[in-house]
Design a protein around this ligand. Structure first.
Ligand SMILES: [Zn+2]
Length: 254
C-alpha cells in the first residue's frame, strides 16, 4: 500500500516520451523533463505532407504561415530549440498529420506501431510516457499505437513502466479524459495518478513552451492555451498497470 503512487528506484533512468505533434510533449511534460535530463521525445506526426494544400489548411494559417513555407522544417526547428531548453533529445517519425490528408489516408495505429515499436526499443526505455490521446485524431492514433507497443513489450518480456500524460488543451474538453480513463480501466490497465518527481520551476517550462511561437498563435486562437498553462495545475502522470490481485471485478461495476 505504501508504494502505491510512488516510482521505484531506477524506473525513471531512461525516460522516453511519445508525442503526437511537435509540441505536445513539451506542453504536457516540461516539468518532468526539467527534473530528468536526457529524456528522448519521439514525435510521431513530424513528417512532411506530399504537398502543402492550397489554400493553406486552417491551423497553419492561424500559425502565421504563408503559402510556400516549409512548415514542418520550421516546426522541427521549434521542437529542437524547446527540447534543448530541457536537455532532451528529439526523434522525429515521418507520419503526416491528418489535417493535410483525405480521410482515407489518415495514419492508423496499425500503420504506426512498427515504426514506433522500433524507435522505442532502440532507446531501451525504463519508462514510457504516452499521451492519453484525446479528441484530435493524431493524438488518438498515437495513444492507440503506443498501447499496441505496450502489448508487444509485454508479450516479448521487455520491461518498462508505462504512464499516460494529459493532452494539454484537449484534456479540458468535457468528458474526454474521463472517457479514456474509463476505457483503460475496463481493459484491465488501471490508470492511477503517480507521484512522479518533477521540477516545478515555471520559468524553465515557460522558456521551453515559448520556443513554439507558430503553434502558440493557433493554440491561443482555438484553445485559449494561455489561461490553461497559467493555471496552477500540475502536470499529472498516470501509471498504467493491472489491478491489485482480486480487485478485477471492480471494473465490471464501472
Ligand atoms: Zn497535438
Amino acid at each position: 500500500m505504501r508504494e502505491w503512487g510512488t516510482v521505484a528506484p531506477g524506473e525513471l533512468d531512461r525516460i522516453v516520451i511519445v508525442s503526437p505533434h511537435l509540441d505536445d510533449a513539451v506542453l504536457g511534460c516540461s516539468s518532468l523533463m526539467a527534473a530528468h535530463p536526457g529524456v528522448t521525445v519521439v514525435t510521431v506526426f513530424a513528417g512532411r505532407p506530399p504537398e502543402y494544400p492550397s489554400p493553406m489548411q486552417h491551423w497553419d494559417a492561424l500559425c502565421g504561415f504563408e503559402e510556400g513555407d516549409e512548415v514542418h522544417v520550421v516546426r522541427r526547428a521549434e521542437d529542437a530549440a524547446a527540447l534543448a531548453v530541457l536537455d532532451a533529445t528529439p526523434v522525429w517519425l515521418d507520419f503526416v498529420e491528418h489535417s493535410y490528408l483525405e480521410r482515407a489516408g489518415w495514419a492508423r495505429p496499425e500503420a504506426v506501431v512498427d515504426a514506433l515499436d522500433a524507435a522505442l526499443r532502440a532507446l531501451e526505455p525504463t519508462a514510457v510516457f504516452a499521451p492519453f490521446g484525446l479528441a484530435n485524431p493524431d493524438h488518438d492514433c498515437t495513444h492507440d499505437a503506443a498501447m499496441l507497443v505496450r502489448d508487444r513489450f509485454e508479450a516479448d518480456g521487455v520491461r518498462a513502466a508505462w504512464f499516460c500524460y494529459e493532452d494539454t488543451g484537449y484534456k479540458h474538453i468535457p468528458g474526454l479524459l474521463a472517457w479514456r480513463v474509463a476505457r483503460l480501466f475496463r481493459r484491465g490497465v488501471w490508470p492511477s495518478p503517480a507521484a512522479v518527481p518533477v521540477d516545478p520551476d515555471r520559468e524553465r517550462k515557460d522558456s521551453a513552451v515559448a520556443c513554439y511561437p507558430s503553434q502558440l498563435l493557433a493554440l491561443e486562437a482555438e484553445w485559449a492555451i494561455g489561461v490553461k498553462l497559467a493555471a496552477p495545475a500540475p502536470e499529472q502522470f498516470w501509471r498504467l498497470a493491472p489491478p491489485p490481485a482480486g480487485w478485477e471485478g471492480l471494473a465490471d461495476q464501472a
